[in-house]
Design a protein around this ligand. Structure first.
Ligand code: GN1
Ligand code: MG
Length: 361
C-alpha cells in the first residue's frame, strides 16, 4: 500500500481545486483501492481509485465507457431541466497534463471523480428505498438506450453464466490449493451442478435471438447507490462494469444484496432469507421506469434473474475459494467459503419462494 506521501503525489496529478489536505481510505469495494481526498480550504472533495488492472485489463476501454456514460446521462439531465445535476451523475476529473482520465505510475493505474457532497451509502434498504432504487436503476438503463456507440465489455462475458460455470469446472479440475478434499466443498459442488443447466437459460435465449443485450450497470448492489439525507436516490456509482448485458444483471444483482436479510458474507446462514417485500417494491419501481422499453421475455424472466444472481455469485465466490482466493479481497482464510454458503442459502430461499418455480418453466 502506498504511503501518504505517495497518495498525495498521485492525487496531485489530477486537475483538483487546490493542495491536498488529506487522503483517507473509503468504502468497502472488493476489487479496487479507493480513497477520499480533501483539499486545503476547499469544500470540494474527490474520490481517488487505483484500478485493479489484473481484473480490468483494458483501462482505456474502461475509462472510455465511463466517460461516454457519464456525459450521456449529464446530457439527459440537462435536457429534462433537472436541478442539482452534479449530485445525480459522477464527474470524471482529468489529469492536469493532457485530457486523459487516468494516470499511470509504477503503482498502477489511477483515476479520480468528484465526491458527491452530502451523500450516503447504505448497507440495507427498506421497501420504500427499494422502490426508489428500482426507479433509479430503470431510469439509468433508460437514459442509456440511445448511447450513440456500441460500448465494449470491460470484463468480457462478465455475467455470462456458461462462462462462470466453466471457470468453476476449471478451478475444480486444477484444485490449485487442495481444497477439493474438503467434504463440504464436494457437497456444495454437487448442489450447484444440479442447477447449472437451468441457470444458463439467459445465454440460450440470447443465442436463439430472443433476448437483447442493453447497456446495464452490472454491479448495482446496495452500497453502489448514493442517497441524500432524506433517502432520495441521487445516483448509481461504481461504473466499472457498465457494459452491454442482459437487464437481468441489474435487476438480479440489486436484489441479491437488498433482499437478503443479512450481508453477503454473514456466516449465520440460518438467518439468510429472500425478502419478498423488497422484491415487490423494487420490481414495481423498476417496471415504472424500465417498463417502456423492456420486451415481454425480459419481464417474464425477472424472477429467473432474482434466482440467477445469488447462484452466479455463489459460483464465483466458490471458484475463487477453490482457486486459493486470487480474485476477491478476503479478510480471513475461509471468507470466500462463508460467502458461498451465504449465497447458496439465498438461492435456496428464492427456490422456495412463490416467485420462481424451479425446473417447471
Ligand atoms: C465485486 O467492486 P465491488 O466490490 O463493488 C464484483 C461484483 C460482485 C461483488 C460481490 C468487477 O464488486 O461483480 O457482485 O464484488 N465486481 C467485479 O460483492 O467482479
Ligand atoms: Mg465494483
Amino acid at each position: 500500500m502506498e504511503s501518504r506521501k505517495d497518495l498525495v503525489q498521485i492525487a496531485g496529478q489530477f486537475a483538483i481545486a487546490g493542495a491536498v489536505a488529506a487522503v483517507e481510505p473509503l468504502g468497502k469495494g472488493l476489487i479496487n483501492d479507493t480513497f477520499r481526498v480533501k483539499i486545503e480550504g476547499q469544500p470540494t472533495e474527490y474520490v481517488l481509485q487505483r484500478i485493479n488492472n489484473a481484473i480490468f485489463q483494458d483501462v482505456e476501454l474502461l475509462q472510455h465507457n465511463i466517460e461516454v456514460v457519464t456525459s450521456h446521462i449529464r446530457g439527459k439531465l440537462v435536457a429534462e431541466g433537472a436541478d442539482d445535476i452534479d449530485r445525480k451523475v459522477l464527474t470524471v476529473v482529468p489529469v492536469k497534463d493532457g485530457n486523459k482520465s487516468w494516470y499511470k505510475d509504477d503503482s498502477g493505474y489511477w483515476r479520480m471523480t468528484v465526491l458527491i457532497p452530502d451523500s450516503v451509502t447504505k448497507d440495507e434498504v427498506n421497501p420504500e428505498t427499494s422502490y426508489y432504487t428500482g426507479k433509479a436503476i430503470g431510469k439509468f438503463e433508460q437514459q442509456l438506450v440511445d448511447v450513440p456507440e456500441t460500448l465494449g465489455e470491460t470484463i468480457p462475458d462478465f455475467h455470462n453464466m456458461e462462462l462462470r460455470s466453466r471457470q468453476l469446472k476449471e478451478a475444480v479440475a486444477k484444485d490449485a490449493v487442495g481444497r477439493m478434499s474438503e467434504p463440504e466443498v464436494q457437497e456444495i459442488l454437487a448442489f450447484l451442478n444440479e442447477y447449472d443447466e437451468e441457470m444458463c437459460k439467459a445465454e440460450r435465449l440470447y443465442r436463439e435471438g430472443k433476448l437483447p443485450k442493453r447497456i446495464c450497470h452490472c454491479d448495482p448492489k446496495v452500497n453502489n447507490i448514493l442517497f441524500d439525507k432524506d433517502d432520495n436516490v441521487l445516483c448509481v456509482i461504481d461504473l466499472d462494469t457498465v457494459m452491454p448485458s442482459f437487464i437481468f444483471s441489474d435487476f438480479g444483482d440489486f436484489l441479491r444484496t437488498a433482499a437478503n436479510t443479512v450481508a453477503e458474507d454473514d456466516p449465520a446462514i440460518e438467518k439468510v432469507a429472500f425478502r419478498m417485500d423488497i422484491y415487490e417494491a423494487f420490481r414495481k419501481g423498476y417496471l415504472e421506469s424500465a417498463g417502456s422499453f423492456l420486451t415481454p421475455i425480459e419481464i417474464e424472466n425477472l424472477p429467473y434473474a432474482a434466482a440467477l444472481f445469488p447462484y452466479m455469485q455463489a459460483v464465483r465466490f466458490f471458484a475463487d475459494y477453490i482457486n486459493g482466493d486470487t480474485y476477491y479481497k478476503i479478510q480471513y482464510p475461509e471468507h470466500n467459503l462463508v460467502r458461498t454458503r451465504n449465497q447458496v442459502a439465498l438461492f435456496k430461499s428464492i427456490l422456495k419462494s412463490r416467485i420462481y418455480n424451479s425446473k417447471q418453466e
